[in-house]
Structures are given as structure tokens and as C-alpha cells.
Design a protein around this ligand. Sequence first.
Ligand SMILES: [Zn+2]
Length: 373
Amino acid sequence: MLRMDTIQGQPKAVEQLLAQSEAQRVHHAQLFFGPEGVGKFTTARAFARLLLCHAPEHDLTGRPSACGGCNSCRVFRVDTPTKDLPPESGHPDLHVVNKELAAFHEDKKVRDRKQTTIPVDIVRDALIKPAFMAPQLNHGKVFILDEAHLLRQEGQNALLKVLEEPPTTGGGTTIILITPREDALLPTIRSRCQRTAFVPLPDDVVDRHLNEHAAHLGPQERRWLTAFAAGSLGRARLALDHDLAEWARVVLPGFDALAQGRPEGGLGPAMEARIKAFAEGWVKKHKQASKEAANKNAAGLMFRLVTTHARQQLASAAADCDPQDPDAAEAVLRPWTCLIDHVNTAEGRLHSNVHLGTLCDGLVAAAAGALRP
Ligand SMILES: [Zn+2]
């Protein structure tokens, strides 16, 4: 059920939103920010369902809750919508605005462009215009602007105007901006919004999810996946869907070999091949996705894989250290902290469009230097 009280791992955010609803002081502009894959979009939909409900009730703990039986609740799609359908195909007064919407735009130029940003045309046609129209169920409208940081200057300026002078048609309008990168939004946009912070989910929430959806995993693989997800269910799902456990099986022993003074056995090309295959598969599945962005995202996942492993090695090395002998501890821990630094450097170079093969080989060479016993 898509209810506020079923949102897991975000008690503070949920509490803040329910408090607004309870006091009947829901701000017209909301900003949900925090890491990717921790439930911002799901919470936005659950909040929208509550706001659009014609007869909100109180749950057992006395908090406001959508009734589940009114006209609005009945047409609300409870399952998560797919990005292959126009996002409005659900509740007539819930408008989801995202970069994928460009694929359904009437202008071919907008349709055909690579979806790396949210075009200003989408903001105008899917947000501003309908925001000033009367709601169809006569009980307000909610707009969810996903990945709001993908708005360029022009789009942000257009959005700012609606936030400054919100529409007052039938029951009010709530605009929820969602982003993992709050800093990419104009300060004037941020200051107009009621901000709600989302945090990484506790490991047990990720673990429970894996229990339900990936029962076939062994305990070791599950531990690995939980560490890799680092509090993001989105990342856990991505790792499951794309079998990143295979990456771990092939790539990570190479780094361990380096730490034991053995040859890494073609580690750079193995990393590059997996990054490229991931990006190619992604672009094939998401027709308007940008290949360059897919490569960067895939490389980012690969780097995260390596840092997750380095952190785990660091933790187990630290557990074995003699606290009375700081020099020995430093010698054991230093290689893995150096590796993490090298991965961070490689990640920074991703944005300077360096060749992927060069980047992977460079990282392996640096790792060889750092980990050499
Ligand atoms: Zn209802």
C-alpha cells in the first residue's frame, strides 16, 4: 500500500510532512533532497495521495492518512509507474514531470534529443500550463518534478516564476521537487521551498528488501550487496538487475592479488569491458539515453564497487591491528586508504572526458603502487 506510514527508513522526513498536513499548512513548494534510491519519489507519491484524498482519515497512531476509498484514492495507481508510459497515466491531478517526458512531446525536436536535461518546453507544457488549469477531481493538484537538478538555467527561471506566484485554482497546487543535488538548484528556488532531507536507509531496511526480492542470494553475496548499496535501495536494485555481483567476482580478486604481490591478470581491460557492456545495454533499453552519460554512470558503479571493497578490507584489517602498535597499524591500513584516494581521483577524471581504457589502466597502475606489499 502506498501510505505515508509504510515508508521505510525515513522517519524524520515522514514526520515533517505529516506535521504539515496535520496542521493544514502544506507549503505549495516542497523540496525533497538526499541520496539517490532512498525513497524520495515513493514518499512524494504517498504524500501526493494523501494531499489529493477527498476524505483523509487518521491512522492508529493518530496521523493523517489517505482514506483509500474516495474517488481520488480509487484512481491513484498504487504501483510505481514505469518510465515507458507517459507519467500522467494515473491520477488526473497528479503530474509527474521528468526528463523521460520529452519522448512524448509533440515537437519532434524535443522528442529526438538525448535525455540529459529536462528541456524548458517540458517545464512549460507539463508543469506551468496545467498548474494554472482547474483540477479534474476538484481537490487540488500535485506536481512531482523528478531529478530537478537536470533543469538548466532557463527551465529553473521558468519554474521560479510559478513558485513565486503559485496558482490558486481549485484546492491549491503543490509542487514537489526531487533531487540528490540540491546545490544545482538556484538559491532562489531553494529558499522558496519547504525543504525535507532524506538520508541513507539503515542496512536492515536494505537487508529486508533483499530478503523479499532476492531470496536466492547467499549470505556472503547479500552482505556484499548491502555494503555496496550503502543505504540506497535504488542502488541495490540496480546491482541485482545488472548482476554487478559478477563484476565483484571478476574484478575484486584482481585488487586482492595486487595486495598480495601477485599479478592482477588484465584487470584494467576487464573493468573497461564491463563498464562498456553495461552502458551499451542501458542505451539499447533506454532509446533516448545518452551514451556518454551511461558510460559515466557505469564507471561510477565500477568505482563504487572498488571503494566498497577497499572499505571492507580496511575494516577487517583494522580489526586485526594491535592498538599498542600504531606504526604497524598504519602500515596495514595505508594501502587501502591510498586505493580509495586513487579511485576518487579516477572518478574526478571521469568528468574531463578521458578515454575509459586509459582511466581503468591508470587506476590499476596506481592501485599496484599503493597496494604493493
Ligand atoms: Zn481518499
